[in-house]
Design a protein around this ligand. Structure first.
Ligand code: SF4
Ligand code: F3S
Ligand code: FES
Length: 233
């Protein structure tokens, strides 16, 4: 079938503002949007710029606004979008570098700010640090994050206040705060109790709807908020 792909383009060397450009491509129902972007780039306009790597929903590099929702271009299929007309734009709320490529530096700075690495206080054991299946299950959901930014860039609280640490950073803090082998939960909770931390969340749920990994993000944010409150009690 013929599909119209309307892509929001922006080249900082030539454009003063973004503009939409339409391409007609031959598409199969099972093609992913990433396949269509490749067709445009390889067959019609080599200047079209976007990020991708794994093409299988693992690396998190091709999140973009597709038909008005943040999704991974390599996961969403033409048939899931109705097929005839598909709009593609860069992730909202992040500075655009070129076409569909956004500047992720601020996003990763926030991720790093919550200390997303294991910090046990005891000396390393001779073998591995053991953990019961129940303790591992406590944070299983938040281990699935691929840092695609679909959540943070769909959050109205983040749009209104870009200094908000955002759902992705909180998800990654959750992953370590509730890890029985880690001893830096207090420090992370202190960071997230900040004015730009968890209290900026208004439980809008856009983040949870946008997550391509199906992570219960709002629930994770509420668990971190409760841990902060519990610590003060
Ligand atoms: Fe992407 Fe989900 Fe991780 Fe947010 S929580 S960065 S939407 S994988
Ligand atoms: Fe934003 Fe998600 Fe909270 S959309 S307001 S971080 S529930
Ligand atoms: Fe890796 Fe889509 S290209 S997640």
């Amino acid at each position: 079938m013929q599909t119209e792909l309307r892509i929001l383009r922006y080249d900082p060397e030539h454009d003063t503002k973004p503009h939409e450009q339409s391409f007609r491509v031959e598409a199969e129902p099972m093609d992913r949007v990433l396949d269509l972007l490749h067709k445009v780039k390889y067959e019609q306009d080599g200047t079209l710029t976007f990020r991708r790597s794994c093409a299988h929903g693992v690396c998190g590099s091709d999140a973009m606004l597709i038909n008005g929702r943040n999704r991974l271009a390599c996961k969403i299929r033409v048939d899931q979008l109705g097929g005839k007309k598909i709009t593609v734009a860069p992730l909202p709320g992040l500075p655009v570098i070129k076409d569909l490529v956004v500047d992720m530096d601020g996003f990763f700075d926030k991720f790093k700010s919550v200390q997303p690495f294991l910090q046990p206080s005891d000396a390393p054991p001779e073998r591995e640090r053991r953990q019961s299946p129940a303790d591992r299950a406590r944070f299983d959901d938040t281990t699935k994050c691929i840092l695609c930014a679909a959540c943070t860039s769909s959050c109205p609280s983040f749009w209104a206040q870009p200094s908000y640490v955002g759902p992705a950073a909180i998800v990654n803090a959750h992953r370590f705060i509730f890890d029985s082998r880690d001893d830096a939960a207090e420090e992370r909770l202190e960071i997230l109790a900040d004015a730009d931390g968890v209290w900026r969340c208004r439980t809008i749920f856009n983040c949870t709807d946008a997550c391509p990994r199906g992570i219960h993000i709002t629930q994770a944010i509420l668990e971190v908020s409760s841990a902060i409150v519990g610590r003060r009690a």
